[in-house]
Design a binder for this molecule. Structure first.
Ligand code: PEP
Ligand code: MN
Length: 337
């Protein structure tokens, strides 16, 4: 339920919050420009009891939230959420590029990658230290050493970084090093993991599962937010279809749908979305045109030597070209890098 306040008196707000909690619901205070609203989130079956709040001092009206994603939806919070990490701003008209290699492989590789992406204008460094691989015999990542190398590369370039946690047990260590915690496509519905990152302070970069609907993505964001972490960045990274010319089918229609349904920032990953480096630039432009708040792009100093995802990784020169060529598209949609 949304409790729309007529008053901004702290005492009125405090009383309403206390009553919501007494009835067994979580209270989420949202102070908008025009008015303050309080979201009461909890058991849907008994929500009628909240209607009685309408008679409390300072309350204008009580209205139901129709969608199942209560905190992630625009019904409760119409205005865009802006997530920050270091100097990077994601959402609300700021466009953010997350770039770097698929995996951290060595100090030289990650430091060189960080310098290249920084020089081209990326705002966040990416790189995997714990890798979700289809085969147990493939490179699994440098683990904590990889996190430490990411921190070095990040300090060297003054770029915040995002990296993936694969299990709830890895969350504390990833949160200690990283500026943003990534939840990969294969883990989008790992509810224990979502709850674990929900209890952290770090923003969460949540990738859409390759077989998940938009509603399921938003319900996964809801898991994180309902644990107390409001800083969620959504990422469309392609889904499984019958098509075999591309690694995945990049669902760009998800971008305007998500922008309509949620206030959370929406990023597109055309690298995993296509699987081929030469398709990354056209789909990056299309993502900007569709209204994305950012891009995640795999960049490697020497893609032919990459331990993972070399075929979809851009060489530095191609990444610079991408950053140049999205410029006019950003201008058209009124966003700034
Ligand atoms: C990645 O970003 O390196 C990754 C593994 O992505 P996804 O979870 O989208 O496959
Ligand atoms: Mn990858």
């Amino acid at each position: 339920m949304i409790i729309v306040m007529a008053s901004r008196e702290p005492e009125d707000i405090r009383r309403v919050v206390a009553k919501i909690e007494e009835l067994g619901y979580q209270a989420h205070l949202i102070e908008g420009v025009e008015r303050t609203v309080i979201g009461a989130v909890g058991d849907e079956g008994t929500k009628e009891r909240l209607q009685s709040l309408e008679s409390m001092p300072g309350v204008e009206k009580v209205v139901p939230i129709l969608r199942p994603f209560k905190l992630a939806g625009r019904e409760l919070k119409p205005h865009d959420t802006v997530v920050t990490a270091g100097a990077a701003r994601i959402g609300g008209g700021a466009f953010c590029v997350f770039a770097g290699p698929c995996s951290v492989e060595s100090r030289d590789q990650i430091v060189e990658s960080a310098r290249v992406v920084k020089a081209a204008g990326a705002q966040v460094l990416r790189g995997g230290a714990y890798k979700p691989r289809t085969s147990p015999y493939s490179f699994q990542g440098l683990e904590e050493e990889g996190l430490a190398l990411l921190r070095e590369a990040s300090a060297d370039t003054d770029l915040p970084f995002v990296t993936e946690a694969l299990t709830p047990e890895q969350v504390p260590i990833v949160a200690r090093y990283a500026d943003i915690i990534q939840i990969g496509a294969r883990n989008m519905q790992n509810f224990g993991l979502l709850k674990a990152v929900g209890r952290e302070k770090r923003p969460v970069f949540l990738k859409r599962g390759m077989m998940s609907t938009i509603n399921e993505l938003l319900m996964s964001a809801e898991y994180v937010m309902s644990e107390g972490n409001p800083n969620v960045i959504l990422c469309e990274r392609g889904m499984r279809t019958f098509e075999t010319e591309t690694r995945n089918t990049l669902d760009l229609s998800a971008v305007p749908v998500l922008k309509k349904l949620t206030h959370l920032p929406v990023v597109v990953d055309p690298s995993h979305g296509t699987g081929h480096w030469d398709l990354v630039l056209p789909m990056a432009k299309a993502a900007v045109a569709a209204g994305a708040d950012g891009l995640m792009v795999e960049v490697h100093p020497r893609p032919e030597e990459a331990f993972s995802d070399g075929a979809q990784s851009l060489k530095p020169i191609r990444f610079r070209q991408l950053m140049d060529e999205i410029g006019p598209f950003l201008k058209i949609v009124g966003k700034t890098l």
